[in-house]
Design a binder for this molecule. Sequence first.
Ligand SMILES: Nc1nc2c(c(=O)[nH]1)N[C@H]1C(S)=C(S)[C@@H](COP(=O)(O)OP(=O)(O)OC[C@H]3O[C@@H](n4cnc5c(N)ncnc54)[C@H](O)[C@@H]3O)O[C@H]1N2
Ligand code: MOO
Length: 414
Amino acid sequence: MKINVSLEEAQELVLSMVNPVGETVVSLPAALGRVISRDLIAPFSEPSFDKSAFDGYAVRAGDTRSASSASPVVLQVIEEVSAGSVPVKKVVPGCAIRIMTGAPLPEGADAVVPFEDVEEALGSIVIRRPLAAGSGVIPTGNDVLEGEVIARRGRRVNALLIGVLASLGITRVPVYDQVRVAIINTGSELLDPSEKRQLGKIYVSNRYLLEARCREVGAEPVYLEGVPDEKGAIAGSLKKALEKADLVITTGGTSAGRYDVIKEALSIIGAQILFSRVAIKPGKSVIASHKDEKIILSLAGNPTAAMVTFDLVAVPAIKRMSGLEDPLLPVVTGILAGGFPSTSPRRRLLMARWKRQNGLGLIELAGKQGNVLKSSIDCNLLVDVPAGSPPLAAGQSVAAFVVGNLNDSLSEDE
Ligand SMILES: Nc1nc2c(c(=O)[nH]1)N[C@H]1C(S)=C(S)[C@@H](COP(=O)(O)OP(=O)(O)OC[C@H]3O[C@@H](n4cnc5c(N)ncnc54)[C@H](O)[C@@H]3O)O[C@H]1N2
Ligand code: MOO
């Protein structure tokens, strides 16, 4: 067992023990947000035929070579083809076919002139400029070529990918299973928010917070009853959790108090401890263990500490178990909008958000740091302050882990 590991070591130790949980096939709409489990190959080219980019006339570019205002070319219109139908005739020299946007280019034609560029009268069109071969035509395979890889295994499905798959007739999508995450809240002081308030007790926020966070990162939370600070009860809950879930998270009972009995509960069920404590603030009190080839992450009870360590240690594990190619959190570098007054003897993670000021992207630290959940509502970054740092100044460049959607905090220019 290792004690007081670096964040990177903690992530690596956990990641080395997890693999994608399994795969399945889902319908196209249900694939949104899921991770592709096999490379998806285009079954045909798209478009699968040369088609018109305009409502206009399909012509032979060669016929228009000499066209000018002084000496226009006149072509006879021999057919009309709309999107969804197929032309019957060929465009032979001296002729044109009226064509709508998206309709297949008739044989013989190699260019389309838009309606507004010609005059049509008495079944003929008058063209006053030459057309280049291919102009006004969307060629076969312009978007996708048959056999091309559309999406690689390990990427998440977004709305645009769903559109591409639909255009290729792909209605069943191979995806990794969603990771089932059991969340056990320990603490004799905890009440469900639906219960009546009682002196000395608090409402359980970690359960709701972490369940929601699981959903935000594409995992499926598994609900388990909260348990008191009692090793037997926690051990019983851990056993149930290991049966029902792929990853187990506990909160509370990790520090030095008399009732902090997580370690004893882990020992009762025979879990092997990988490490205890991570050299960060907040969130130092993390215990990672494994049992039955499953990881149990025991996080601190303080909601912000639990959330920070969930994001930094559990989320990479969930990402790898979900099949995502790169499990680590993205890191961005940015300029601080305001300073931070304290020195940081230990490596510190500061809650922050990406904000826009006069069109410029800046990192704004949350008003309060520490175990203050409300101040973190709009945060989507964790600024990484190395151990031994002096106070931070506005305008200074810092690195930050991206833990939320950066769009969320960019709604207005402030
Ligand atoms: N003597 C020491 N005391 C503490 C230390 C230490 O090093 N030595 N570390 C402090 C730090 S830092 C943290 S973080 C906490 C970690 O404590 P535990 O993991 O044992 O958590 P609890 O004591 O059970 O709870 C801490 C705090 O959070 C509230 N809590 C617990 N569970 C929930 C929940 N599900 N939802 C909402 N709030 C919850 C709990 O009521 C406590 O207020 O230890 C410090 N102490
Ligand atoms: O270590 Mo505690 O987990 O800072 O908040």
